[in-house]
Write a new protein. Sequence first.
Length: 142
Amino acid sequence: MNDELMIFLVIFVTLVASVCIGLLAPFRQPFSKVDPKYFKRKKVRFLSFLFSGIGGRKSETGNVKTYGIILPMYVLHILGYVLTLALWIAMPLLYNPGGMDLDILVVVPVAVALFQTLVVVITESVCYAITRKKHREESVDE
């Protein structure tokens, strides 16, 4: 493949991967079955439009200004945004001074997106397991 086409492919894959990385955690929240009452919450006042609580923005538990966002999901949101910015900074640096091959450079954003997806799935699974355990403990106590 010629270099111009590969550069376009690298830019396109980087943009698609960065959108997926940055928006995975916020768009996953409306479908989460995690019960936020079992976790510590953080109220987000600054840049609250970037965050979404469990149940989505329109639900009572999804309002991050008044109800807050549970800490594991808050960390996932921050991680997604940091990884997106790091990817935007790293890709041009890896191409020019690093002289990295364009074939390998296409794999970098995909690998970062897969890493973020894995972290979100594992974190949400652990939070759901904690929710189920707490529900069972409450039902036994009653």
